[in-house]
Each structure stands twice: as C-alpha cells, then as structure tokens.
Design a protein around this ligand. Structure first.
Ligand code: 3HC
Ligand code: NAI
Length: 694
C-alpha cells in the first residue's frame, strides 16, 4: 500500500504530503505520518521550514469518523497539533478543498496558513454531536476572535477562503499551483525570518461582556434539544478564561463526554446514513442510469409548481402542463412569487431568478412532452384521472422516458398497468412545499426496472433532494407510519389528553411542531378529505372518533381560517381554545369514554412506539430495505430530531425489549387490533438485539 503520508525535500523546505483518499481523514496512520514528518523536518539541519499539503480532492477533512467509538490510539490528534505548534521550524499549511474539523485544527496549529481561493475551512464537529477536540475551541477564538469562533463552531458551517482571510484564519490566498505557491511562501518566511505565530500564545478577544449569554439566547431556537452547541459555547468561554494548557484539558474532557453521548452516536449514524441511503442494496454503484436533460411536469398546482422549481433550480429545463390556460397562469404566478420572495430576501440574484423562470415552459399540449427524459405527474389524486394521464403519456413519450407519479397514496402498480411500459413507471413522492422539503420517496413498483429507479435516485440527488427508495404500500414509508401516530393521538384526545398537551410533549420530544399545530398550519381540510376517502377502511372506533370532522364542519380549517384546533390572532399566534376543549370533553362523554389523566410518558410511547412498530412491519415486508431508509425518511421529511437519529435508531437507544413490553401494555389498554408487536420487533426484542445491531 502506498504511504499515506510522504516526506520529501524541496531545497530547504520539508514537504509533508498526505495522501489518504477520499478526503484525507486523520486516521491513526495519517496522524503518525504527520508526527514523523514534523520530527524528521526538525531533525534535519538542511531544512528551514515545513509545508503540510494534501493530494487528491481536498485538504484534511477531519478526524476519521470511522474510528469513533473504538478505543483511541496514539498518537492522539491534540498531541500532534501541539507538536506542530511547538516546532522550532516554521510550519505552513497549504489548503485546497475543505480543511474541516481536525483538518482545520492541524492548520490552526501551523504558524502560517495559505489557501486557494476555492478552499473552505470549518469546524463541523457540532453536526456530529461533538466539539472540536484537538484545540479548535481554544485556538480559533485566539485567532479569529470569540464571537466569530462561537458562530463557526456552533453552526459547523464552512467559511470560504476570502472570508476566512478577513477573519484572521488564513494568512494569504494564493492562485495557481498550490505546491509551488506554498514552497515560495515558505521560502519567504525563512528569508524574512518572519516570527512564528503560535495561536496558543495569543489572547482571545471577548467582544462584549455579555457575549456568551447573548449568543446562547439569540440561538436558543437553533440549539433546542442539542447538547453539543451548548458544550461548544462552554469550551470557547474557557478559552477566554483559562491558560491554554488548562483549556486544552477541559476541551478534551468535554469532547470525551460528547463522544460517548447518545446524541453524538445518533448524529454520527445520521452522517453515514445520509451517504448510504442513496446506495441501493443489490445494485452496483456504477449501474448505468438514464440521462435526464429535460423534464415534463403534469399539473401546475401546489405540487407540480414546486417540482418544476426543483428542476429549474438545478438548471434542467421543464415543460409544465395543465388542463387550462388559467391554471397554468395561476401556477406560474405562484412560482414567480416564490422566486421573487427569495430575491427580496437577498438569497437569490434577479438574473438567477430570470434564468430559472425561463427554464420553465408552460404548455397545454401533451405533444410537448414527447422529448422529455423524465415526466412527473402531479394531477388530482384520483385513480381514474391518473390512469388516463399515464395512458396518454404512454402514447406520446419517447421510448426510455422515465414516467413518474407524485401520488401520495395511490397504487403505483395499478397506475403502471395503464401503460404498455410498466418497467419505466415509478413513484416520485415529493413533499409539500416541494421546492423546500428535502425528502423524496422514490417508489419502486413491482415491475419498475432497476435502471429506472437508480435514475430517479441519481436525479433526486442532483436536484438537491434526499432521495429514499421505498416500495409500494398505502402511504409508503412516511405517511404510513405517521398514520399510526395520528391514530394514537386521536385516541388519546378521547381518553383524556388535550391537543396542546400532546403538542407540548411532541415538541418537547424534539419535533419542530406538535401534530395539532402542524395540522392547523397545513390545513385541516387536507386530513379531513383524506379521512373521508378512507372512511370505509377505518375501524369502528376510528370512524366514531370524529373530533376532526366536528372541527372542520364548523369551518375551522386551521391557520388559514383563523381557527382550527387552536384559535389564531392576526399574526397567526396560536392559543388554546376553550371551545375545542369542551368539544373534546363532550365527545368523550358521548363515546362513553371516561377521561383520565394521560402522562407525558404515555403520549411519547403511544405516539412514537406505534410508529416504530409500523417501521418494523415495513422492514419485514421489504417496503424499506434497511432501517436507515426509514430513519432517513423521518429525518428529512418529518423533522424527527437529528440527535435521536431517526425512529429506528431511537428504538435501539431505548431498547427493543422496553418497547416490546410497552406494546404489550398498550395491547391490553387499547386493543390488539392497534397494538400487536410486529414479528420482527418481537424477535429482535427477545434476542436482545436492535434494528441496527441484529
Ligand atoms: N472520516 C471518515 N470518512 C469520511 C470523512 C471523515 N471525516 N469525511 C468524509 N468521509 C467519507 C464519506 O463517508 C464518504 O465515504 P463513502 O464514499 O464510503 O460513502 C467519502 O468520504 C466521501 O464523502 P462525501 O460523499 O461526503 O463527499 P463530498 O465530496 O460530498 O464531501 C466533505 C466531502 C465535505 C469532506 C464531507 O465528506 C464532509 O463534510 N465530511 C465530514 C467532515 C467532518 O465532519 N469532519 C469533522 C470530523 S470530527 C473531527 O475532526 C474531530 C476532531 O475535532 C477531533
Ligand atoms: P392541486 O389540486 O394543487 O394541483 C393539481 C393540478 O393538476 C391542478 O392545477 C389541475 O388543474 C391539474 N390537473 C388535474 N387533472 C389534470 C390532467 N388530466 N391533466 C393536466 N393537469 C391536470 O393538487 P396537489 O396538491 O398539487 O396534488 C397533486 C398530486 O400530488 C396528488 O396526487 C397529491 O396526492 C400529490 N401530493 C400532494 C401533496 C400535498 O401536500 N399537496 C404532497 C405530496 C403529494
């Protein structure tokens, strides 16, 4: 195997070159190699300065995340960083790509840092539920100021080279060949005998006496539920209060505490799940896919308009079709308004908006879809209409075009059967608002060819979505599981809970909103319509649980009508409505259900465990191939708290035996038709295993 860290001499400059693809992560071998190179350079009298440089696409992108969770092995990163900083010979970091996490910490330990204009630097550890553990929290505030360090460390967002130079993180931006520029820079440092700037010897400037409290307060919403950002603030504060060596000791202690926390384990799981989810089990990564250069979208309504925007945003031309000119005009006007809002907020240039608008071509003629590589249908949710549309597409679209439906609930196989090419038909289930929500459930029909769904996965990624491959069933993965939560919450209202209690508990669990506030925001009529459509499939208890019907019958559709489960003021602030409380209490009476106090714990268990049990069934049925697919759906599409890792990862954290026992309790309380353990969950629980650790 080639050496992961090389050492060479270029005149009087010692060059430490790291070559550990794909991202030059700091594995043990890399740490050892940097240490060896630094020692070698300092032991050689002919060497006057050292340069640290990386091969491949990027500078060091951080510690090797795959080594987390295993016993740490020497040399430890903080020690390597200290060795660099203590080097009597100047050490220069030459950065291209991304210097992230431990990579930036190595660079911050160097005496000088230069970078290409395209480079970025950042400390993304917080996104893994960690804090920079090799001096990042101690050196960055000393170099860039405390406020800037707080922002960078708690957000984890990378900073572009030019800004990093302004902040004092980089000394110089260089153009052209990085190695040549680095050698030149190193020679200049030697010639001019520039003093070595050791970050640890600087003092961190605290810009205001209330900086830390103010910062935590201003970001309380962003940090809600997360452990790491608060610990990051604590560590940066220490940098302003304690001498460097003591600060380093404290940083290490906090790093270990976070590293061992369930939150960090969950967030590390999410990091790998995000990357794994686009790989389809059983298919090679290099399976040829179809080129998608132009797209057709049917229906210029809520979803069609948003979907068209997704493609235009990625520079892919879209033909947008509807039945009547007025529907097209309305759809386009909404698209235009959405873009204009983004421009007004300064997040999009006017020219970019114009370009995107020009990529969306409205039409009334199916004929205009004949050259599209991919067609996505987003017309009314009605099987007869969908079949008619797919029949037409079959007769018009070119051979090899991917034909997709955005249906929420209808059977993709039945839709595919309306064509003579079911192998080219699949679901592409976007979430509303489609131009914002990241989740894309790609639904593989029984006959969809692997090449077709692999194409949808690739194109989904290209347009910035988080595509997850799922199978055909009612509600696919996300809505099918959500239906269980909705049912249990509805039952709990009858049994003694109130909407605001359930919302408080679900919000406290970490979701962005509780189910009732969410329903009010989305419009209760949507769920009401859905309930009516499915009424015959509901159990007698579900049919009789008609609180939603009663609220909608009063014209209370949620925020848009000023009232729903809550009442709203003109600024759309919600307050619990005594009238709804009365309605629910009298409903319980009519249904003959004696109301009782429902504990917060019961709400969590019934809302979340019911979904986990359904998730287990989804796995058994092969609707989702892996637990991580289910977790990805919930993380990207439903705001499941990232620090819990998704419902299936969370289930493992709780312990399947505990969940199994709770399911049996609720079977006795609510009934076996709602609470029967999924065989997979039962098996794993009895074997003492988890969804991941099987
Ligand atoms: N350790 C191990 N593997 C890593 C890694 C890391 N730090 N960073 C990326 N990888 C792997 C990915 O898992 C992926 O592997 P795969 O091909 O087998 O799925 C491969 O490298 C390529 O990664 P991406 O698909 O993400 O490639 P991109 O080009 O889209 O992005 C990147 C590159 C911006 C570097 C992105 O990978 C990234 O953000 N990586 C994480 C960086 C990070 O979090 N660093 C901090 C680590 S913690 C730390 O340093 C602790 C220290 O303070 C003590
Ligand atoms: P919508 O009612 O806002 O838009 C539907 C559009 O399709 C209308 O503009 C209508 O004129 C047009 N249309 C109807 N029949 C047509 C035909 N035969 N040919 C061409 N155009 C036709 O509906 P919405 O909400 O956009 O839903 C569309 C699809 O997306 C449905 O299948 C729905 O289940 C699904 N969906 C909806 C979500 C939502 O939150 N609204 C979320 C995810 C999926």
């Amino acid at each position: 195997m080639a050496e992961v860290v090389g050492f060479s001499k270029e005149g009087r400059i010692g060059l430490i070159t790291i070559n550990n693809p794909p991202v030059n992560a700091l594995s043990r071998a890399v740490r050892a190699g940097i240490r060896a190179g630094t020692e070698k350079g300092n032991a050689d009298r002919d060497i006057a300065a050292l340069v640290i440089l990386c091969e491949g696409r990027t500078f060091i992108a951080g510690a090797d995340i795959r080594e987390f969770g295993r016993p740490p092995m020497a040399p430890h990163l903080p020690d390597v960083c200290q060795l660099i900083e203590d080097s009597p010979r100047p050490v220069i970091a030459a950065i291209h790509g991304t210097a992230l996490g431990g990579g930036l910490e190595i660079a911050l330990s160097c005496h000088f840092r230069i970078a290409l204009p395209t480079a970025k630097v950042g400390l993304p550890e917080v996104k893994l539920g960690l804090l920079p553990g090799a001096g990042g929290t101690q050196r960055l505030p000393r170099l860039a100021g405390t406020r800037a360090a707080l922002e960078m460390i708690t957000s984890g967002a990378p900073v572009a080279a030019a800004k990093a130079k302004d902040m004092g993180i980089l000394d110089e931006i260089v153009e052209g060949d990085l190695k040549a520029a680095a050698l030149e820079y190193a020679n200049t440092v030697v010639d001019r005998k520039l003093p070595l700037r050791r970050a640890s010897q600087l003092k961190a400037a605290v810009e205001s006496p209330t900086l830390f409290e103010d910062f935590a307060k201003a970001n309380a919403r962003r940090f809600r539920g997360f452990l790491a950002p608060l610990k990051c603030i604590e560590a940066v504060k220490i940098a302003t209060e304690l001498p460097f060596p003591e600060g380093m000791k404290k940083e290490r202690e906090i790093f270990i505490e976070l590293h061992d926390s369930d939150q960090s384990k969950a967030q590390r799981h999410v990091f790998f799940a995000e990357r794994e989810v686009v790989r389809i089990p059983g298919l090679p990564d290099d399976l040829p896919t179809r080129d998608i250069r132009s797209v057709g979208v049917l229906g210029a309504g809520t979803m069609g308009g948003g979907i068209a925007m997704c493609f235009a945003n990625a520079g892919i031309p879209v033909t947008l079709l509807d039945m009547k000119q007025e529907f097209l005009d309305k759809g386009l006007a909404i698209i235009k308004k959405n873009y204009a809002n983004t421009v007004a907020k300064g997040r999009l240039a006017q020219e970019a908006m114009d370009k995107r608008m020009s990529l969306i071509r409205p039409t009334l003629a199916y004929e205009d879809l004949k050259d599209a590589d991919l067609v996505i249908e987003a017309v009314f949710e009605d099987m007869t209409v969908k079949k008619e549309v797919f029949g037409k597409l079959d007769s018009i679209c070119k051979p090899g075009a991917v034909l997709a439906s955005n249906t929420s609930y209808l059977n993709i196989d039945e839709i595919a059967a309306a064509t003579g090419r079911p192998q080219d038909v699949m679901g592409m289930h976007f979430f509303s608002p489609a131009n914002v929500m990241r989740l894309l459930e790609n639904v593989r029909g029984a006959k969809t060819s692997p090449e077709v769904y692999a194409t949808a996965m690739k194109v989904g990624k290209k347009i910035g979505k988080a595509p997850v491959l799922v199978g055909v069933c009612d509600g696919f993965v996300g809505n099918r599981m959500l239906a269980k939560r909705t049912r249990e919450c509805g039952f709990m209202l009858e049994e003694g809970a109130l909407p605001w209690q359930i919302d408080r508990v679900i919000y406290g669990f970490g979701f962005p909103m509780g189910p009732y506030a969410m329903g009010d925001m989305a419009g209760l009529d949507v769920g009401w319509r859905n309930r009516k459509a499915k009424f015959d499939t509901l159990t007698p208890r579900e049919q009789k649980n008609n609180i939603l019907d009663k609220i909608c019958e009063m014209g209370r559709y949620g925020q848009k009508t000023g009232a729903g489960f809550y009442k709203y003021d003109e600024k759309r602030n919600a307050t619990p409505d005594p009238m709804i409380e009365e309605l629910i209490i009298s409903h319980s009476k009519e249904a003959g259900i004696a109301r009782r106090a429902i504990s917060d714990q019961e709400i969590i268990e019934r809302a979340i465990y019911s979904m986990i049990n359904e998730g287990a069934k989804i796995l058994e049925e092969g609707i989702a191939a892996r637990s991580l697919d289910i977790d990805a759906v919930w993380l990207y599409g439903y705001g499941f708290p990232v620090y819990l890792g998704g419902p299936m990862f969370y289930a493992d954290t709780v312990g399947l035996k505990k969940i199994y026992d709770a399911i049996l309790r609720y079977r006795d309380l609510v009934g076996a038709e709602y609470w029967t353990p999924a065989p997979l969950l039962e098996k794993l629980a009895k074997e003492g295993k988890g969804f991941y650790a099987r």
